[in-house]
Design a binder for this molecule. Structure first.
Ligand SMILES: C[S@@+](CC[C@H](N)C(=O)[O-])C[C@H]1O[C@@H](n2cnc3c(N)ncnc32)[C@H](O)[C@@H]1O
Length: 291
């Protein structure tokens, strides 16, 4: 059965206000809600709620009612989230990607893994993260360095997508990993990918926008936090992210365009993190910071 996203498009400030209203009405129920940046320069954001098609009518009516007082001018839009097979088809045949000691490959390329490599099998699917994007590859490269040079007892992968980074961290360090995403489909795909990659224990999954879940206090604070999201939400989340970081812990940030890196660094320096290293891949930067 298809999954549906109902959303409104507005400014960041108003999207946050809509999100608060959605939390008041749907907060106790099992629907994922969240805001997403669409266009940073023009300040266009979406506030969304996700549900299965069977619940769409009742959620739609309650959402219309909830937004009627202060947000009636924002039309409620609808998206049917695409089926796995459709996306998988368009990405079939992708070649394996190598970063640090990792090789991320599809199931059709299992035989291309070389001795000594850490293989992560991810078939292109509904969640971001086949290793082909400069941000994912950048995170894998920095992750390998952090694992070699720092003591890491637990990891948070915020915005896990396909789960590729969480699986990489687990395979490399064999420590508990919390993998979260705002998108319930991603969380589900990540869990399935973890299973395919032989992760049997030690990995926890949660659907949550930002740090809005008890999973963070239950599993944290973390020695390593990886967040490959986008510059704007990363800047906004800086205080919460650092609050969930253990003393001496490392942060790997990505999803940042080269020209945005100074702003992001300024936000994290403001939270007393020290810049360790920045790497570039295809116009994207990945930043390693330390508490
Ligand atoms: C660029 S993808 C990264 C996926 C994977 N970690 C990787 O490196 O390939 C970003 C992911 O972050 C999730 N995301 C975006 N905003 C978020 C938020 N506020 N809280 C949690 N997850 C978020 C998206 O749903 C998406 O799966």
């Amino acid at each position: 059965m298809s999954e549906i996203r109902l959303f409104v498009t507005t400014t960041e400030k108003q999207a946050e206000a809509v999100l608060d209203r959605m939390s008041e009405v749907f907060g106790e129920e099992d629907y994922a809600i969240g805001t997403t940046e669409v266009d940073e320069k023009r300040d266009i954001w979406e506030a969304s709620i996700y549900m299965m098609m069977v619940d769409e009518e009742s959620v739609g009516e309650r959402l219309t009612e909830a937004l009627s007082e202060n947000f009636a001018h924002l039309p409620i839009e609808r998206e049917v989230l695409p089926d796995i097979d459709w996306i998988a088809k368009s990405l079939e045949g992708l070649a394996p990607v190598r970063a640090g000691r990792f090789v991320v490959h599809g199931s059709h390329d299992r035989d291309k893994v070389k001795t000594g490599e850490i293989a992560i099998e991810i078939d292109a699917g509904q969640a971001f993260g086949t290793g082909h994007h400069g941000t994912t590859a950048g995170c894998l490269e920095v992750l390998a360095t952090v694992a070699r040079t720092r003591t890491v007892r637990n990891v948070l992968d915020l915005g896990t997508g396909s789960g590729v980074l969480a699986i990489a961290a687990w395979k490399l360090m064999h420590v508990p990993v919390l993998a979260t995403d705002i998108d319930p489909i991603a969380t589900r795909v990540a869990e399935e990918n973890a299973r395919v990659n032989g992760v049997v224990t030690g990995m926890t999954f949660a659907t949550a926008p930002g740090f809005h879940s008890t999973a963070f206090s239950t599993n944290g604070p973390f020695d390593l936090i990886i967040a490959n999201i986008l510059a704007r939400p990363l800047m906004k989340m800086a205080p919460q992210l650092v609050a969930n970081l253990a003393p001496g812990g490392s942060v790997i940030l990505s999803g940042i365009l080269a020209e945005q890196r100074w702003k992001v660094l300024a936000h994290y320096n403001g939270q007393h993190l020290r810049h360790v290293r920045t790497i570039w891949r295809n116009g994207w930067v990945t930043i390693h910071l330390e508490k």
